[in-house]
Design a protein around this ligand. Structure first.
Ligand code: FPP
Length: 277
């Protein structure tokens, strides 16, 4: 199933290719989610206004997405604007982020097409300004037939509110007698999340060194590997995505089970004899 579309490794930079060459292609993640943090600090360290950090962060979004598309990563999900950002940041900053999103979509559409990237969104999108929603729909429609990386922007997103929305939808099914509450499964919850159409993230990256999940994909990251880097988002590039994937490949994913080597103990005849009394 991986990759779904032709790889474009030859388009990687020489440094990126060197890291890519160390990866095991059969163990590449299907879905990488990123908490993009540190735009403000990036600007602050240069005595620049915060909005310049966001502007530089938008460049990182495009460059990282392009590397993801070259290596055939099927799903890339970026936390671009949280519900909490919307409620707690000064109006001027929120307005700037909304304008930045519109201009990002407009000025990068051609590059998304060239890179076979499909753009989608998760979050309470209907609460965003109508002109932003229009531009988002426009970009999603224009890229809908692309078959490479699906770039999902989490916008006005909060994981707890996503769950509230899912539970409301489940309750409606119960009320309509389409679902027996005694028989609700994890799969029923999954199909009502904004992410129902995608696999759970294998790898969650957070930039700028904070050790927090910040209400991001709480249900979906149950078994994700977490990679935290001190690098600030505006400095994060495709090569750093590849470094994170290399780190991911050094991990052993156990999903609550035992590692393969520990599993061998069960076949130890001595242990079996002791267990049998
Ligand atoms: C965190 O930086 C980042 C955000 C609040 C939003 C992320 C936005 C972008 C990367 C730019 C726009 C994106 C698109 C898709 C156009 P922060 O301001 O919290 O940084 P700080 O913690 O250093 O203050």
């Amino acid at each position: 199933m991986y990759p779904a579309c032709p790889l474009r490794i030859h388009e990687l930079s020489a440094d990126e290719r060197a890291i890519y060459a160390t990866l095991k292609p059969e163990r590449l993640p299907q879905h990488v989610a990123i908490i993009m943090d540190g735009n403000g600090r990036w600007a602050g360290r240069r005595s620049l206004k915060r909005f310049l950090g966001h502007q530089q962060g938008a460049k990182s979004v495009q460059l990282v997405t392009e590397t993801a598309s070259r290596i055939g990563l099927p799903w890339l999900t970026l936390y671009a604007f949280s519900l909490e950002n919307n409620l707690r940041r000064p109006r001027a900053e929120v307005n700037f982020l909304m304008r930045l999103l519109r201009s990002y979509l407009e000025s990068n559409l051609q590059r998304m097409m060239d890179n076979n990237v499909r753009i989608r969104y998760i979050g309470r999108i209907h609460e965003l300004p109508p002109e932003v929603q229009d531009k988002m729909r426009w970009a999603a429609d224009a890229t809908a037939r692309n078959t490479g990386t699906t770039l999902t922007l989490a916008l006005n997103y909060g994981s707890r509110s996503e769950m509230v929305d899912a539970f409301r939808a489940l309750s409606a099914e119960v009320n309509a007698h389409h679902l027996n509450p005694e028989r609700i499964t994890e799969e029923d919850i999954h199909r009502h999340l904004y992410t129902a159409h995608m696999p759970d993230p294998d790898l969650l990256i957070r930039t700028s060194g904070e050790m927090r999940i910040s209400n991001y994909l709480l249900w979906q990251i149950a078994y994700s590997e977490i990679y935290i880097t001190d690098r600030l988002w505006p400095d994060f590039r495709g090569i750093n995505l590849l470094e994170a994937i290399a780190d991911f490949q050094r991990r052993e994913r156990r999903y609550g089970g035992l590692s393969d080597s520990v599993g061998e103990v069960e076949h130890d005849p001595e242990q079996a004899r002791v267990a049998a009394g």
